[in-house]
Design a protein around this ligand. Structure first.
Ligand code: AMP
Ligand code: MG
Length: 351
């Protein structure tokens, strides 16, 4: 068949080379399909991630490192953090671009909500101590005193230097920092060519692309009356973030009342807007986080009005009487799975 041994040798070697190439191709394809999952306790919550793609493991590690880095900058309790330094300094403190960005976005939402969202909520959060061992109902006087310290207009920003103009003021970025972190995970994933990923920072969910099998992600909305993991609705999503603020996340009960962690600066008490939770569906987790907290405080009617002015932002409200209200863009896109919940159709004004 072969004229001489040399040609035969070349033929055999080519076949080997082809087999090797094929095998390498297969293992590359297999590597591209690698799915990595991981979880870590960061930013006061359990961060869960699932990443599919060639760089899955790298992205997982980079993301956890980045979230930790942001926690070290923006935590209110870690003494090394920039927020701690600002809160305990009598002169301007120079801080990173990250913290400046989060602070500026917070002030933007404080302006939009006439101060119902306020990054200088620290003294009230501290006073109530919700989520800590010191949680208690403060006296009226204590609340009145702490309320006086909450005013975002007294945050002075000059380039990267921040100064709190009133003594004993305190910043608290707990309502927005996780959203910024989720968007940073998205950036890291995209920079590393990841086409499919999921991250959940304690209720701040963000999905990139489709699931690895090509179907849409199915994101559960937490049943606000039950433990984490019990859902009452499902929303299908691709390249979206769903951020929920609820009265069940951190709270204590006293004499039949629930005191939760979202404080209305107008009253100094936990926001009493008749809501159990608010979920914001949009593309930026950074904005969605600020919005979920803001809208929870504003309540159903004002919150729905407020969302109308925000581009590409949808909202799902759950009221205390277990009614579910959706912004127009979500109609027909939410599957209610909790039997006791009633989906209210139509425009809000018609109900
Ligand atoms: P979230 O779970 O995103 O709604 O954020 C709740 C957290 O935001 C609380 O635990 C506080 O740290 C902080 N916070 C509470 N009330 C306010 C408020 N009115 N404006 C801004 N941040 C707040
Ligand atoms: Mg929030």
């Amino acid at each position: 068949m072969f004229k001489n041994k040399k040609i035969y040798k070349i033929f055999i070697m080519s076949i080997f080379a082809l087999i090797l190439l094929f095998a390498a191709g297969c293992s590359n394809a297999a590597k591209e399909q690698t799915t990595e999952t991981g979880s870590k306790f960061l930013m006061d919550t359990l961060v869960q991630m699932k990443v599919t793609g060639k760089n899955a493991e790298k992205v997982l590690n980079l993301s956890f490192d980045r979230i930790e880095e942001l926690e070290n900058l923006m935590s209110k309790t870690l003494k090394k953090s920039e927020i701690y330094k600002i809160n305990h300094s009598s002169e301007p403190v120079e801080i990173s671009d990250d913290t400046i960005k989060v602070l500026n976005k917070s002030i933007h939402y404080a302006e939009l909500t006439s101060g119902r969202f306020d990054p200088s909520i620290g003294p009230l959060v501290e006073l109530w101590g919700i989520g800590t061992e010191d949680a208690r109902v403060p006296t009226e006087e204590e609340i009145a005193e702490a309320k006086k310290l909450v005013n975002y207009k007294n945050i002075e920003i000059d380039n990267n230097k921040v100064f709190l103009k009133q003594k004993d003021m305190q910043l608290d970025l707990g309502a927005i920092a996780k959203g910024y972190a989720a968007d940073e995970v998205k950036r890291i994933a995209e920079e590393n060519n990841i086409k499919s990923a999921f991250v959940n920072l304690g209720g701040n969910v963000l999905v990139i692309g489709h699931k690895a099998d090509g179907s849409k992600w199915r994101i559960g909305i937490q049943d606000p009356r039950k433990n984490r993991g019990n859902i009452m609705a499902v929303i299908k999503a691709v390249d979206k973030t769903i951020v929920t603020s609820g009265n069940y996340e951190r709270y204590f009960e006293k004499n039949g009342n629930i005191y939760h962690h979202i404080i209305d600066p107008a009253t100094g008490y936990p926001a009493d807007s008749g809501l159990l939770s608010v979920s914001i569906i949009s593309e930026s987790s950074f904005d969605a986080d600020a919005l979920s907290t803001s809208v929870f405080i504003l309540g159903l009617e004002k919150g729905m009005e407020f969302i109308k002015d925000q581009k590409n932002v949808e909202v799902l409200f759950i009221t205390e009487d277990l009614k579910v209200y959706l912004s127009p863009g979500l109609k027909g896109k939410v599957e209610i799975t909790g039997e006791e919940f009633e989906l209210i159709e139509g425009e809000l004004s018609g109900n």
